[in-house]
Design a protein around this ligand. Sequence first.
Ligand code: FES
Ligand SMILES: [Fe+2]
Length: 387
Amino acid sequence: MERAQSTDVGLDDLTRTDPGSLAGCYLRRFWQPLCLSADVEAGRARREKIMGQFVTVYRGESGAIHVVADRCAHRGVQLSVGWVQGDEIRCFYHGWKFNGAGQCVEAPAETPGFASRMKVRAYPARDYLGVVFAYLGEGEPPVFPRYPELEDESEGVLVCAARAPVPCNFFQRVENAVDQVHVAFAHGDVFGPEGAADIPDYSVEETSYGLCARGRRPGKQDRLTHFHMPNINVMRVPPGKDEVGWSPNVVWRVPVDDGHHRSVNIRRVRKAPGAAPIENNYKRNVTDKQVDYAREILAGRMRLDELDPTRDRAIIVAVQDNIAQMGQGPVAPRQEDHLGRSDVGVVAVRRLWLDELRRLANGEVLRDWRRPNDGLRLTSGVEKELA
Ligand code: FES
Ligand SMILES: [Fe+2]
């Protein structure tokens, strides 16, 4: 599925991730989150769309997670409506059964030996910190990247969310990750008390994993955000409802298709005194509204200040970000931007991506993006800088 050689890589290539597209091939070289582990019970299957492609995610009765093709090799029926039996999935239409490696192990109406010649595509998959990840690229998957700052159970309770698709291109959200200036305006009312609402003196450094963006504000601590190639943001975020303290947050911006993306995020949070216990893998159930509110506000049928400010401010922040991202249109024509000095992050992230896409198009060796071996330990030293 690798794309034909090309050297004329441009901004539009950053937004196209269907199978066979250049950015699609690039993103498929990294493990990507598909859904929450809790969304796939043992013995169940579900259909997920990612980068313009559907896949079947199922959990065997043993608890093992598997990701295989969307459609049966026989006559193309959607495999997610079939039955999970043991660690295999049986097609709804004529009962062909496939194992987690995609091998057909039974074709009940066919002659002996027939099934062994049939296969569907299967993808390496694993559960990690409450999220199902898959490798959708060619060949062997890269080393699975771990996030030690999220693994430390003494740091609080694990909370993950696979948010509802937002109707705009994922790269708009990727660029937002290295834009601290928007915090002063889009989130000014929410972050004001933490002093993040001032316009920072902003710089961006290239690192072994991507970019580290630093916002300096006179008399205040620097704010650091870490962008990990190709679509991950690591930062600390302020407490949501029933939480206390800023929490480490890792968020993936995942294309659903070119006109939609979803955020999948994992945090460690501490419960506020007196609040009800927060359950592991707790999934926020209001995520669809964050898109609906943004749509209503953009259409002029509602105003942001009509949202109850006493509600969970994480939700208000998400609505604000959705307004900013959706407000650029489904796939923003980036050639029409007029960038200034505060857009150093946007310029840097485009450059990293375009360099990599050119290498990929020309068959050159890609960069080996690595986090420090023990991760970016937000719990020691760096935590103070990020708080
Ligand atoms: S389409 Fe799946 S068994 Fe016939
Ligand atoms: Fe934001």
